[in-house]
Design a protein around this ligand. Sequence first.
Ligand code: XMP
Length: 535
Amino acid sequence: MHSRILILDFGSQVTQLIARRVREAGVFSEVVPYDVGTDFIRDYAADGSLKGIILSGGPNSVTEGDTPRVPQIVFELGLPVLGICYGMQAMAEQLGGKVENGKVREFGYAEVQTTRHTRWLDGVADAVLANGMSLLKVWMSHGDKVTALPQGFEVILANEACPIAGMADETRKFYAVQFHPEVTHTVQGRAMLNRFVHDICGCSADWNMPDYVSEAVEAIRQKVGKDDVILGLSGGVDSSVAAALIHRAIGDQLTCVFVDHGLLRLNEGKMVMDMFARNLGVKVVHVDATEQFMGKLAGVTDPEEKRKIIGREFVEVFQAEAAKITNAKWLAQGTIYPDVIESAGKGKKGQTIKSHHNVGGLPDTLNLKLLEPLRELFKDEVRELGLALGLPREMVYRHPFPGPGLGVRILGEVKKEYADLLREADAIFIEELWNTPSPMTTEKGEPMSWYDATSQAFAVFLPVKSVGVMGDGRTYEYVVALRAVQTQDFMTAQWAHLPHELLGKVSNRIINEVRGINRVVYDISGKPPATIEWE
Ligand code: XMP
């Protein structure tokens, strides 16, 4: 049984980061909404695996009446609790301290000092001061602050602007900080969370991918028994890792369906078939539905309409194939943990800007039970799992690719001729990104290519013609736009400052090698206000 840490989410933008940091410390952690209920928390703690609770930050103020509070049971389980920002304020207020609406809001970089020695922070320091206390560089983001301690607590961190920047009741193992240890700007943040889960909560570091593979394989075998499973393989990271994992567990009981809608990247179909069918020996049904999709898309120019058509057709083709696999009882999907957290917290934000279509959006009419073996994993864990299962690095670290594929990268009406030109241009861009070193390095100090240094990069087909000159002749051909962005969460993104030499080389190659394109432009719009895709 794994040690577990429960994170109560009070609505901070960075709650997921807390869970990721805890998992990076080798400890399983889960995020639940703060109002998940007393019974849930009691049941969660019942088998003894729950070792501590972390209260996230949040946008509200405890000084206002009807704002979130910590379920009382959190303070009654006898477990360590760490409050972060709003979590600290709620803890202080509920245990008898005082929180006031700060006149000055404090955002961004700050320095705090420890004011006493604690089991939690002793030895954690960016610099040690003459009096033996630690100086810590942290990230603050708050308006309210704690102005009086609850009974049993002492100040453990302070600076001028925030005299109670951290507090602790070491007897009850309750700790709280006003800043955010989960963000990388808090230099010792990792160390703080590490120390909390290991030294204060007593968790063992038993969450790691190689062990997880055998556990997950066993769990899948237990769950499906002798039944057959269908999986929609898209070539993306999640469905690929799910396929490899399920295949490891149940071999030939898994059939993958790979639908080629004619809007995939260059050689994608071949790559998927080579890797899964030939190398791994997975049963893959490859459906070439290009004509069907192109037929339905003919004459359609509205982006949302295109998405709907592609989504609908996809489901239809998939269902027709699935119906042929008559003994299947399960439908496997590559749902990952951030999707699970997000749908649990729906209603808070969740405004749809574009209707996203995923391979996952299949209807209930298939009458299949759902198998989602990646439900507990963050994206970086899915990648690690992929590597542990023997998938190649280039596949596991691939940029995300939208469900409607090139359909949203060909502006206006989709035609096969356009898709063919775009595929070639896109492949050249991606090849050059892979082959060009960036100045960035990984956390381990390894060099990163520009492909790794960007979060998503692709070419976009513009169905307009412009005049050019090649050799002695005048040309009148299509335009391709290059897009490369850097982002943490795809909600906001910066355009990547690719070197001019690299852009120049890509442009030259596309214009020389792709007959039908005579002009290449680079998209320098951030998100917002632009979106990452052009449609
Ligand atoms: P936007 O264009 O909204 O994209 O800034 C954000 C991220 O979502 C991807 N995206 C999609 N993914 N189906 C998907 O599966 C879609 O319809 C879709 N539209 C956008 C996009 O590639 C980017 O990673």
